[in-house]
Write a protein that binds this ligand. Structure first.
Ligand code: G1P
Ligand code: ZN
Length: 544
Protein backbone atom coordinates (compact mmCIF):
# COMPACT_ATOMS: atom_id res chain seq x y z
CA UNK A 1 0.00 0.00 0.00
CA UNK A 2 1.30 3.39 -0.98
CA UNK A 3 1.14 5.56 2.15
CA UNK A 4 2.18 9.15 1.63
CA UNK A 5 3.14 11.52 4.43
CA UNK A 6 2.25 15.05 3.38
CA UNK A 7 3.73 17.96 5.26
CA UNK A 8 1.33 20.68 6.28
CA UNK A 9 0.97 23.76 8.44
CA UNK A 10 -1.59 24.41 11.18
CA UNK A 11 -4.74 26.47 10.59
CA UNK A 12 -5.55 28.73 13.50
CA UNK A 13 -9.34 28.39 13.25
CA UNK A 14 -10.03 24.69 13.85
CA UNK A 15 -11.60 24.92 17.28
CA UNK A 16 -14.67 22.65 17.44
CA UNK A 17 -17.87 24.41 18.57
CA UNK A 18 -21.09 23.12 20.19
CA UNK A 19 -21.17 20.30 17.67
CA UNK A 20 -17.88 19.80 15.81
CA UNK A 21 -16.03 22.02 13.35
CA UNK A 22 -18.31 24.05 11.09
CA UNK A 23 -17.12 26.37 8.35
CA UNK A 24 -18.10 27.51 4.90
CA UNK A 25 -17.43 24.97 2.13
CA UNK A 26 -14.63 27.08 0.53
CA UNK A 27 -12.80 27.02 3.87
CA UNK A 28 -12.94 23.22 3.90
CA UNK A 29 -11.83 23.13 0.26
CA UNK A 30 -8.52 24.88 1.01
CA UNK A 31 -5.60 22.51 0.49
CA UNK A 32 -4.98 20.43 3.64
CA UNK A 33 -7.79 22.02 5.66
CA UNK A 34 -9.98 18.92 6.01
CA UNK A 35 -6.91 16.65 6.10
CA UNK A 36 -5.37 18.56 9.00
CA UNK A 37 -8.52 18.24 11.07
CA UNK A 38 -8.98 14.55 10.31
CA UNK A 39 -5.34 13.76 11.12
CA UNK A 40 -5.72 15.75 14.35
CA UNK A 41 -8.68 13.55 15.28
CA UNK A 42 -6.66 10.38 14.63
CA UNK A 43 -3.61 11.76 16.46
CA UNK A 44 -5.73 12.46 19.54
CA UNK A 45 -6.97 8.87 19.76
CA UNK A 46 -5.17 5.87 21.15
CA UNK A 47 -5.38 2.22 20.18
CA UNK A 48 -7.63 2.51 17.13
CA UNK A 49 -5.32 0.59 14.76
CA UNK A 50 -7.15 -2.44 13.38
CA UNK A 51 -10.55 -1.31 14.74
CA UNK A 52 -13.76 -0.17 13.04
CA UNK A 53 -14.66 3.43 12.16
CA UNK A 54 -18.15 4.50 11.07
CA UNK A 55 -18.37 7.22 8.42
CA UNK A 56 -21.27 9.09 6.88
CA UNK A 57 -22.87 12.46 6.48
CA UNK A 58 -26.05 14.33 5.74
CA UNK A 59 -25.41 14.40 1.99
CA UNK A 60 -24.75 18.12 1.73
CA UNK A 61 -22.42 19.65 -0.84
CA UNK A 62 -18.82 18.33 -0.44
CA UNK A 63 -19.99 15.22 1.47
CA UNK A 64 -18.83 12.75 -1.17
CA UNK A 65 -15.43 14.36 -1.76
CA UNK A 66 -14.75 14.56 1.98
CA UNK A 67 -15.69 10.90 2.44
CA UNK A 68 -13.18 9.77 -0.21
CA UNK A 69 -10.41 11.77 1.49
CA UNK A 70 -11.27 10.45 4.96
CA UNK A 71 -11.40 6.83 3.72
CA UNK A 72 -7.89 7.14 2.28
CA UNK A 73 -6.62 8.77 5.46
CA UNK A 74 -8.25 6.10 7.66
CA UNK A 75 -6.49 3.44 5.58
CA UNK A 76 -3.13 5.21 5.88
CA UNK A 77 -3.61 5.55 9.62
CA UNK A 78 -4.33 1.79 9.82
CA UNK A 79 -7.95 1.50 10.82
CA UNK A 80 -9.03 -2.13 10.22
CA UNK A 81 -12.39 -1.35 8.71
CA UNK A 82 -14.65 1.56 7.83
CA UNK A 83 -18.44 1.18 7.65
CA UNK A 84 -19.72 3.90 5.35
CA UNK A 85 -23.38 4.64 4.56
CA UNK A 86 -24.51 4.08 0.95
CA UNK A 87 -23.98 7.23 -1.10
CA UNK A 88 -22.02 8.56 1.88
CA UNK A 89 -25.30 9.02 3.75
CA UNK A 90 -25.91 8.41 7.43
CA UNK A 91 -28.19 10.56 9.53
CA UNK A 92 -26.58 11.60 12.81
CA UNK A 93 -28.77 9.28 14.93
CA UNK A 94 -28.28 6.43 12.44
CA UNK A 95 -24.49 6.89 12.68
CA UNK A 96 -24.80 6.69 16.46
CA UNK A 97 -26.88 3.51 16.08
CA UNK A 98 -24.34 1.91 13.71
CA UNK A 99 -21.39 2.76 16.01
CA UNK A 100 -23.13 1.10 18.95
CA UNK A 101 -24.45 -1.91 17.09
CA UNK A 102 -21.05 -2.76 15.60
CA UNK A 103 -18.96 -1.97 18.65
CA UNK A 104 -17.00 0.51 16.54
CA UNK A 105 -14.10 2.49 17.95
CA UNK A 106 -15.82 5.70 16.90
CA UNK A 107 -17.30 7.56 13.98
CA UNK A 108 -16.88 10.62 11.83
CA UNK A 109 -20.07 12.48 10.89
CA UNK A 110 -20.05 15.09 8.14
CA UNK A 111 -22.75 17.64 8.74
CA UNK A 112 -23.47 21.23 9.57
CA UNK A 113 -26.85 20.11 10.90
CA UNK A 114 -29.54 22.73 10.25
CA UNK A 115 -27.23 25.22 8.49
CA UNK A 116 -27.80 25.71 4.73
CA UNK A 117 -25.73 23.66 2.26
CA UNK A 118 -24.19 24.37 -1.14
CA UNK A 119 -20.90 25.56 -2.67
CA UNK A 120 -20.89 28.74 -0.57
CA UNK A 121 -22.85 27.49 2.41
CA UNK A 122 -21.81 25.39 5.38
CA UNK A 123 -20.01 22.12 5.92
CA UNK A 124 -19.00 20.41 9.12
CA UNK A 125 -17.22 17.45 10.67
CA UNK A 126 -17.41 15.92 14.10
CA UNK A 127 -16.05 12.91 15.89
CA UNK A 128 -18.18 10.51 17.94
CA UNK A 129 -16.79 8.07 20.49
CA UNK A 130 -17.51 4.38 21.01
CA UNK A 131 -20.74 4.94 22.94
CA UNK A 132 -22.10 6.54 19.76
CA UNK A 133 -22.17 10.05 21.20
CA UNK A 134 -20.34 13.29 20.41
CA UNK A 135 -16.79 13.42 21.72
CA UNK A 136 -16.68 15.00 25.18
CA UNK A 137 -14.82 18.26 25.76
CA UNK A 138 -11.57 16.61 26.81
CA UNK A 139 -11.42 14.88 23.41
CA UNK A 140 -12.42 17.95 21.38
CA UNK A 141 -9.88 20.01 23.34
CA UNK A 142 -7.16 17.48 22.51
CA UNK A 143 -8.14 17.59 18.83
CA UNK A 144 -7.98 21.39 18.85
CA UNK A 145 -4.59 21.38 20.55
CA UNK A 146 -3.33 18.99 17.89
CA UNK A 147 -4.63 21.20 15.04
CA UNK A 148 -2.37 23.97 16.33
CA UNK A 149 0.77 21.80 16.19
CA UNK A 150 0.21 19.51 13.24
CA UNK A 151 3.07 19.22 10.74
CA UNK A 152 2.04 16.25 8.56
CA UNK A 153 -0.82 13.93 7.66
CA UNK A 154 -1.01 10.47 6.15
CA UNK A 155 -3.03 9.38 3.14
CA UNK A 156 -2.84 6.48 0.70
CA UNK A 157 -2.81 6.76 -3.05
CA UNK A 158 -5.73 4.78 -4.40
CA UNK A 159 -8.80 5.03 -6.60
CA UNK A 160 -12.05 6.35 -5.15
CA UNK A 161 -14.44 3.83 -3.61
CA UNK A 162 -17.83 3.35 -5.30
CA UNK A 163 -20.12 4.64 -2.56
CA UNK A 164 -23.31 3.70 -4.40
CA UNK A 165 -22.81 -0.06 -4.36
CA UNK A 166 -23.39 -2.08 -1.19
CA UNK A 167 -20.62 -4.47 -0.22
CA UNK A 168 -17.00 -4.55 0.73
CA UNK A 169 -13.78 -3.57 -0.96
CA UNK A 170 -10.17 -2.98 0.06
CA UNK A 171 -8.24 0.23 0.48
CA UNK A 172 -4.72 -1.00 1.15
CA UNK A 173 -5.03 -3.30 4.16
CA UNK A 174 -8.28 -1.67 5.29
CA UNK A 175 -11.74 -3.01 4.43
CA UNK A 176 -14.44 -0.57 3.35
CA UNK A 177 -18.01 -1.79 3.84
CA UNK A 178 -20.69 0.25 2.10
CA UNK A 179 -23.76 -0.42 4.25
CA UNK A 180 -27.49 0.22 3.86
CA UNK A 181 -27.95 3.63 5.52
CA UNK A 182 -31.45 2.88 6.79
CA UNK A 183 -31.69 -0.82 7.77
CA UNK A 184 -30.04 -0.86 11.23
CA UNK A 185 -31.80 2.32 12.26
CA UNK A 186 -35.25 1.18 11.12
CA UNK A 187 -34.78 -2.10 12.97
CA UNK A 188 -33.92 -0.23 16.17
CA UNK A 189 -37.08 1.88 15.80
CA UNK A 190 -39.19 -1.27 15.39
CA UNK A 191 -37.75 -2.61 18.63
CA UNK A 192 -38.80 0.51 20.60
CA UNK A 193 -42.25 1.39 19.29
CA UNK A 194 -45.53 -0.42 18.79
CA UNK A 195 -45.44 -0.51 14.98
CA UNK A 196 -48.67 -2.57 14.93
CA UNK A 197 -50.74 0.14 16.65
CA UNK A 198 -49.09 2.94 14.70
CA UNK A 199 -49.77 1.09 11.43
CA UNK A 200 -53.43 0.70 12.43
CA UNK A 201 -53.64 4.43 13.11
CA UNK A 202 -51.96 5.43 9.84
CA UNK A 203 -54.04 3.05 7.72
CA UNK A 204 -57.36 3.65 9.50
CA UNK A 205 -58.44 6.33 7.05
CA UNK A 206 -59.31 8.50 10.07
CA UNK A 207 -55.87 9.91 10.71
CA UNK A 208 -53.51 11.75 8.38
CA UNK A 209 -49.94 12.80 8.94
CA UNK A 210 -47.42 14.88 7.00
CA UNK A 211 -43.68 14.46 7.42
CA UNK A 212 -41.45 17.17 5.93
CA UNK A 213 -37.86 16.04 5.41
CA UNK A 214 -36.87 19.49 4.06
CA UNK A 215 -34.86 17.83 1.25
CA UNK A 216 -32.40 16.63 3.84
CA UNK A 217 -31.04 13.35 5.12
CA UNK A 218 -34.21 11.85 6.63
CA UNK A 219 -35.91 11.58 3.22
CA UNK A 220 -34.80 7.97 2.70
CA UNK A 221 -35.42 7.02 6.32
CA UNK A 222 -38.90 8.57 6.40
CA UNK A 223 -40.07 6.96 3.14
CA UNK A 224 -38.94 3.56 4.39
CA UNK A 225 -40.33 3.85 7.93
CA UNK A 226 -43.62 5.72 7.44
CA UNK A 227 -44.66 4.75 3.93
CA UNK A 228 -43.15 1.25 3.66
CA UNK A 229 -43.03 -0.31 7.11
CA UNK A 230 -45.97 1.59 8.64
CA UNK A 231 -48.18 1.68 5.56
CA UNK A 232 -48.87 5.43 5.45
CA UNK A 233 -50.05 6.57 1.99
CA UNK A 234 -47.37 7.53 -0.53
CA UNK A 235 -47.06 11.32 -0.32
CA UNK A 236 -47.07 11.31 3.49
CA UNK A 237 -43.41 12.33 3.28
CA UNK A 238 -42.89 15.66 1.52
CA UNK A 239 -39.59 17.17 0.33
CA UNK A 240 -38.27 13.63 0.76
CA UNK A 241 -35.50 13.66 -1.84
CA UNK A 242 -32.19 14.63 -0.19
CA UNK A 243 -30.44 17.40 -2.15
CA UNK A 244 -26.89 18.74 -1.78
CA UNK A 245 -28.23 22.24 -1.14
CA UNK A 246 -31.49 21.16 0.53
CA UNK A 247 -33.34 22.74 -2.38
CA UNK A 248 -31.90 26.13 -1.44
CA UNK A 249 -33.74 26.05 1.88
CA UNK A 250 -32.67 26.24 5.46
CA UNK A 251 -33.04 22.67 6.77
CA UNK A 252 -34.16 23.69 10.23
CA UNK A 253 -37.48 22.35 11.56
CA UNK A 254 -39.04 25.39 13.13
CA UNK A 255 -42.03 27.58 12.34
CA UNK A 256 -39.94 29.95 10.23
CA UNK A 257 -37.90 27.60 8.05
CA UNK A 258 -40.32 24.65 7.72
CA UNK A 259 -42.83 26.94 6.02
CA UNK A 260 -44.23 24.32 3.57
CA UNK A 261 -45.24 22.16 6.49
CA UNK A 262 -46.61 25.09 8.47
CA UNK A 263 -48.81 26.02 5.49
CA UNK A 264 -50.15 22.48 5.31
CA UNK A 265 -50.73 22.18 9.06
CA UNK A 266 -52.45 25.56 9.37
CA UNK A 267 -54.50 25.12 6.18
CA UNK A 268 -58.20 24.35 5.86
CA UNK A 269 -57.66 20.63 5.25
CA UNK A 270 -54.82 20.21 7.70
CA UNK A 271 -53.79 16.66 8.63
CA UNK A 272 -53.95 15.49 12.25
CA UNK A 273 -50.22 15.36 12.78
CA UNK A 274 -47.22 17.08 11.22
CA UNK A 275 -43.50 16.72 11.76
CA UNK A 276 -40.20 17.85 10.30
CA UNK A 277 -36.55 17.14 10.87
CA UNK A 278 -33.31 18.94 10.07
CA UNK A 279 -30.29 18.58 7.75
CA UNK A 280 -28.77 15.60 9.55
CA UNK A 281 -31.95 14.15 11.05
CA UNK A 282 -31.38 14.77 14.74
CA UNK A 283 -33.89 17.58 15.27
CA UNK A 284 -37.67 17.40 15.20
CA UNK A 285 -40.67 19.69 15.16
CA UNK A 286 -44.06 18.37 16.24
CA UNK A 287 -47.33 19.94 15.11
CA UNK A 288 -50.98 19.09 15.57
CA UNK A 289 -53.74 20.51 13.39
CA UNK A 290 -53.17 24.29 13.66
CA UNK A 291 -51.17 23.62 16.80
CA UNK A 292 -47.45 23.87 17.58
CA UNK A 293 -45.81 21.88 20.37
CA UNK A 294 -42.79 23.63 21.86
CA UNK A 295 -39.81 21.29 22.14
CA UNK A 296 -39.66 21.80 25.91
CA UNK A 297 -43.31 20.77 26.28
CA UNK A 298 -42.69 17.88 23.90
CA UNK A 299 -40.00 16.46 26.20
CA UNK A 300 -42.25 16.89 29.24
CA UNK A 301 -45.20 15.19 27.51
CA UNK A 302 -43.06 12.30 26.26
CA UNK A 303 -41.79 11.77 29.80
CA UNK A 304 -45.30 11.88 31.26
CA UNK A 305 -46.54 9.33 28.68
CA UNK A 306 -43.45 7.13 28.42
CA UNK A 307 -45.17 4.14 30.00
CA UNK A 308 -47.46 3.91 26.95
CA UNK A 309 -44.47 3.21 24.69
CA UNK A 310 -43.10 -0.38 24.71
CA UNK A 311 -39.40 0.60 24.79
CA UNK A 312 -40.00 2.76 27.87
CA UNK A 313 -42.81 0.87 29.61
CA UNK A 314 -40.46 -0.02 32.49
CA UNK A 315 -40.33 3.66 33.44
CA UNK A 316 -37.61 6.29 33.28
CA UNK A 317 -34.51 6.45 35.46
CA UNK A 318 -34.33 10.21 35.05
CA UNK A 319 -34.75 13.09 32.62
CA UNK A 320 -32.08 15.52 31.45
CA UNK A 321 -32.60 18.88 29.79
CA UNK A 322 -30.23 21.59 28.69
CA UNK A 323 -30.17 24.65 30.91
CA UNK A 324 -32.05 27.02 28.54
CA UNK A 325 -34.83 24.44 28.00
CA UNK A 326 -38.00 25.27 29.93
CA UNK A 327 -38.63 23.76 33.32
CA UNK A 328 -41.75 21.89 32.15
CA UNK A 329 -39.90 18.51 32.26
CA UNK A 330 -38.82 19.22 35.87
CA UNK A 331 -42.47 19.19 36.93
CA UNK A 332 -43.03 15.78 35.35
CA UNK A 333 -39.85 14.42 36.94
CA UNK A 334 -41.01 15.65 40.32
CA UNK A 335 -44.33 13.87 39.95
CA UNK A 336 -42.62 10.67 38.77
CA UNK A 337 -40.19 10.87 41.69
CA UNK A 338 -37.14 10.90 39.42
CA UNK A 339 -34.25 13.30 38.94
CA UNK A 340 -34.25 16.04 36.26
CA UNK A 341 -30.68 17.02 35.36
CA UNK A 342 -29.85 20.47 34.01
CA UNK A 343 -26.86 20.40 31.63
CA UNK A 344 -25.12 22.98 29.43
CA UNK A 345 -26.29 23.39 25.82
CA UNK A 346 -25.17 20.62 23.46
CA UNK A 347 -25.90 16.92 23.26
CA UNK A 348 -22.43 15.89 24.41
CA UNK A 349 -23.34 16.67 28.01
CA UNK A 350 -26.04 13.98 28.05
CA UNK A 351 -23.66 11.12 27.18
CA UNK A 352 -22.37 10.44 30.68
CA UNK A 353 -25.86 10.58 32.21
CA UNK A 354 -27.17 8.10 29.64
CA UNK A 355 -24.16 5.78 29.98
CA UNK A 356 -24.50 5.80 33.78
CA UNK A 357 -28.24 5.10 33.42
CA UNK A 358 -29.07 8.26 35.36
CA UNK A 359 -31.34 9.54 32.58
CA UNK A 360 -33.52 7.78 30.00
CA UNK A 361 -34.97 10.77 28.10
CA UNK A 362 -33.10 13.97 27.20
CA UNK A 363 -34.03 17.12 25.39
CA UNK A 364 -33.18 20.63 24.37
CA UNK A 365 -35.39 23.60 23.53
CA UNK A 366 -33.71 23.71 20.13
CA UNK A 367 -35.95 20.98 18.68
CA UNK A 368 -33.83 18.13 19.99
CA UNK A 369 -35.17 15.11 21.87
CA UNK A 370 -33.72 11.68 22.40
CA UNK A 371 -33.20 8.76 24.72
CA UNK A 372 -30.78 6.07 25.77
CA UNK A 373 -31.41 4.14 22.50
CA UNK A 374 -28.52 6.06 20.86
CA UNK A 375 -26.24 8.86 22.05
CA UNK A 376 -27.52 11.62 19.74
CA UNK A 377 -30.79 13.43 19.59
CA UNK A 378 -33.09 11.75 17.14
CA UNK A 379 -35.71 13.42 14.95
CA UNK A 380 -37.62 10.44 13.56
CA UNK A 381 -37.51 8.69 16.93
CA UNK A 382 -39.36 11.69 18.42
CA UNK A 383 -41.95 11.56 15.63
CA UNK A 384 -42.50 7.83 16.26
CA UNK A 385 -42.74 8.45 20.02
CA UNK A 386 -45.55 10.94 19.41
CA UNK A 387 -47.29 8.63 16.95
CA UNK A 388 -47.15 5.86 19.53
CA UNK A 389 -48.73 8.13 22.16
CA UNK A 390 -51.40 9.28 19.68
CA UNK A 391 -52.16 5.67 18.69
CA UNK A 392 -52.65 4.63 22.32
CA UNK A 393 -54.52 7.71 23.57
CA UNK A 394 -56.72 8.30 20.54
CA UNK A 395 -56.82 12.07 21.21
CA UNK A 396 -55.60 14.98 19.13
CA UNK A 397 -52.17 16.54 19.67
CA UNK A 398 -53.83 19.70 20.97
CA UNK A 399 -56.01 17.81 23.46
CA UNK A 400 -53.00 15.91 24.82
CA UNK A 401 -50.95 19.10 25.27
CA UNK A 402 -53.80 21.02 26.90
CA UNK A 403 -54.52 18.18 29.29
CA UNK A 404 -50.85 18.18 30.18
CA UNK A 405 -50.96 21.92 30.99
CA UNK A 406 -54.04 21.38 33.14
CA UNK A 407 -52.20 18.82 35.20
CA UNK A 408 -48.81 20.49 35.43
CA UNK A 409 -49.40 24.15 34.61
CA UNK A 410 -48.02 25.81 31.47
CA UNK A 411 -44.44 26.99 31.05
CA UNK A 412 -44.75 29.77 28.48
CA UNK A 413 -41.56 29.72 26.47
CA UNK A 414 -39.86 31.46 23.56
CA UNK A 415 -36.37 31.92 22.14
CA UNK A 416 -35.33 35.13 20.38
CA UNK A 417 -32.29 34.89 18.10
CA UNK A 418 -30.25 37.78 16.76
CA UNK A 419 -28.26 36.17 13.96
CA UNK A 420 -25.02 37.33 12.34
CA UNK A 421 -24.46 40.28 14.64
CA UNK A 422 -21.03 41.81 14.97
CA UNK A 423 -18.98 39.38 17.08
CA UNK A 424 -17.19 42.09 19.09
CA UNK A 425 -20.47 43.81 19.95
CA UNK A 426 -22.08 40.54 21.00
CA UNK A 427 -19.11 39.78 23.25
CA UNK A 428 -19.31 43.26 24.74
CA UNK A 429 -22.98 42.67 25.57
CA UNK A 430 -22.15 39.43 27.38
CA UNK A 431 -19.16 40.94 29.19
CA UNK A 432 -21.24 43.88 30.37
CA UNK A 433 -23.99 41.52 31.59
CA UNK A 434 -21.44 39.40 33.45
CA UNK A 435 -20.20 42.53 35.18
CA UNK A 436 -23.74 43.47 36.22
CA UNK A 437 -24.75 40.08 37.62
CA UNK A 438 -23.82 40.68 41.25
CA UNK A 439 -26.05 43.76 41.43
CA UNK A 440 -29.17 42.10 40.07
CA UNK A 441 -30.50 39.87 42.90
CA UNK A 442 -33.28 41.64 44.79
CA UNK A 443 -33.89 44.20 42.04
CA UNK A 444 -37.46 44.71 40.90
CA UNK A 445 -38.53 44.98 37.26
CA UNK A 446 -42.30 45.59 37.02
CA UNK A 447 -44.02 42.65 38.72
CA UNK A 448 -40.80 40.60 38.69
CA UNK A 449 -38.08 40.45 41.35
CA UNK A 450 -34.68 38.94 40.55
CA UNK A 451 -34.00 35.89 42.69
CA UNK A 452 -30.58 34.93 41.30
CA UNK A 453 -28.28 35.95 38.47
CA UNK A 454 -25.30 33.84 37.47
CA UNK A 455 -23.18 32.44 34.67
CA UNK A 456 -24.18 28.77 34.50
CA UNK A 457 -21.51 26.30 35.53
CA UNK A 458 -22.01 22.53 35.37
CA UNK A 459 -20.35 19.83 37.40
CA UNK A 460 -20.84 16.52 35.61
CA UNK A 461 -22.29 14.17 38.26
CA UNK A 462 -20.54 11.18 36.65
CA UNK A 463 -16.96 12.26 35.99
CA UNK A 464 -16.86 15.45 38.06
CA UNK A 465 -15.66 17.60 35.15
CA UNK A 466 -16.61 21.26 35.38
CA UNK A 467 -17.87 23.35 32.43
CA UNK A 468 -17.99 27.06 33.10
CA UNK A 469 -19.53 30.11 31.42
CA UNK A 470 -22.37 28.16 29.86
CA UNK A 471 -24.89 30.99 29.67
CA UNK A 472 -26.18 33.83 31.81
CA UNK A 473 -29.26 32.99 33.86
CA UNK A 474 -31.49 35.52 35.47
CA UNK A 475 -34.09 33.82 37.63
CA UNK A 476 -37.08 35.61 39.16
CA UNK A 477 -38.80 34.80 42.42
CA UNK A 478 -41.89 33.32 40.66
CA UNK A 479 -39.75 30.80 38.73
CA UNK A 480 -39.63 32.84 35.49
CA UNK A 481 -36.25 33.06 33.76
CA UNK A 482 -34.32 34.94 31.13
CA UNK A 483 -31.20 33.25 29.74
CA UNK A 484 -28.60 34.86 27.48
CA UNK A 485 -25.93 32.99 25.55
CA UNK A 486 -23.95 33.15 22.34
CA UNK A 487 -24.35 30.36 19.81
CA UNK A 488 -21.49 27.92 19.40
CA UNK A 489 -22.57 26.61 16.00
CA UNK A 490 -22.72 29.68 13.76
CA UNK A 491 -20.16 30.35 11.05
CA UNK A 492 -20.64 34.11 10.43
CA UNK A 493 -20.37 36.78 13.13
CA UNK A 494 -22.16 35.93 16.36
CA UNK A 495 -25.67 34.79 17.16
CA UNK A 496 -27.17 36.05 20.40
CA UNK A 497 -29.84 33.80 21.87
CA UNK A 498 -32.31 35.00 24.49
CA UNK A 499 -34.47 32.37 26.15
CA UNK A 500 -37.62 33.51 27.94
CA UNK A 501 -39.80 31.49 30.26
CA UNK A 502 -42.70 32.11 32.64
CA UNK A 503 -44.98 29.75 34.55
CA UNK A 504 -48.78 29.85 34.60
CA UNK A 505 -50.59 27.37 36.86
CA UNK A 506 -54.10 28.75 36.09
CA UNK A 507 -55.70 26.75 33.24
CA UNK A 508 -58.01 29.66 32.35
CA UNK A 509 -54.88 31.58 31.29
CA UNK A 510 -53.32 28.87 29.11
CA UNK A 511 -54.49 30.18 25.74
CA UNK A 512 -52.32 33.26 25.37
CA UNK A 513 -49.89 33.82 22.53
CA UNK A 514 -46.48 33.15 24.16
CA UNK A 515 -45.15 36.49 22.86
CA UNK A 516 -47.97 38.21 24.76
CA UNK A 517 -47.60 36.09 27.89
CA UNK A 518 -43.86 36.79 27.86
CA UNK A 519 -44.25 40.46 26.85
CA UNK A 520 -43.07 41.93 30.13
CA UNK A 521 -40.07 39.60 30.32
CA UNK A 522 -39.14 40.57 26.75
CA UNK A 523 -39.11 44.23 27.77
CA UNK A 524 -37.06 43.40 30.88
CA UNK A 525 -34.49 41.49 28.81
CA UNK A 526 -33.96 44.63 26.73
CA UNK A 527 -33.62 46.76 29.84
CA UNK A 528 -31.10 44.41 31.45
CA UNK A 529 -28.95 43.66 28.39
CA UNK A 530 -29.43 46.71 26.11
CA UNK A 531 -29.85 44.39 23.16
CA UNK A 532 -30.76 47.15 20.68
CA UNK A 533 -27.76 49.21 21.65
CA UNK A 534 -25.25 46.38 21.30
CA UNK A 535 -26.68 44.55 18.27
CA UNK A 536 -27.90 47.61 16.41
CA UNK A 537 -31.08 45.64 15.72
CA UNK A 538 -34.67 46.58 16.40
CA UNK A 539 -35.92 43.00 16.60
CA UNK A 540 -34.80 39.36 16.54
CA UNK A 541 -34.12 37.56 13.25
CA UNK A 542 -35.88 34.37 14.34
CA UNK A 543 -38.43 33.79 17.07
CA UNK A 544 -39.21 30.21 18.02
C1 G1P B 1 -27.51 24.87 18.83
C2 G1P B 1 -28.59 24.61 19.86
C3 G1P B 1 -28.17 23.48 20.77
C4 G1P B 1 -27.84 22.25 19.94
C5 G1P B 1 -26.81 22.60 18.87
C6 G1P B 1 -26.56 21.43 17.93
O1 G1P B 1 -26.31 25.26 19.48
O2 G1P B 1 -28.87 25.76 20.61
O3 G1P B 1 -29.20 23.21 21.68
O4 G1P B 1 -27.34 21.22 20.75
O5 G1P B 1 -27.27 23.70 18.09
O6 G1P B 1 -27.71 21.04 17.25
P1 G1P B 1 -25.85 26.80 19.63
O7 G1P B 1 -25.84 27.38 18.25
O8 G1P B 1 -26.91 27.46 20.46
O9 G1P B 1 -24.52 26.73 20.31
ZN1 ZN C 1 -28.90 18.51 13.42
Amino acid sequence: MNIKTISTQPFADQKPGTSGLRKRVPTFQQPNYLENFVQSIFDSLEGYQGTTLVLGGDGRYYNRQAIQIILKMAAANRFGQVLVGKGGILSTPAASCVIRKNGAFGGIILSASHNPGGPNADFGIKYNISNGGPAPEKVTDAIYTRTKEITAYKIIEADDINLDKLGSSQLGTMTVQVIDSVADYAELMESLFDFGSIRELLTSGKFRMCMDSLHAVTGGYAHEIFEQRLGAPVGTVQNGVPLEDFGGGHPDPNLVYAHDLVEVMYGETAPDFGAASDGDGDRNMILGRKFFVTPSDSLAIMAANAKLVPGYSQGLTGIARSMPTSQAPDRVAEKLGIECYETPTGWKFFGNLLDANKATLCGEESFGTGSNHVREKDGLWAVLFWLNILAVRGQSVEAIVKEHWQTYGRNYYSRHDYEEVDADKANELITKLRGDLSQLPGRKFGQYTVDYADDFSYADPVDGSISQKQGIRIGFTDGSRIVFRLSGTGTQGATLRIYLESYEPDASKHDLDPQVALGELITISEEIAQIRHFTGREQPTVIT
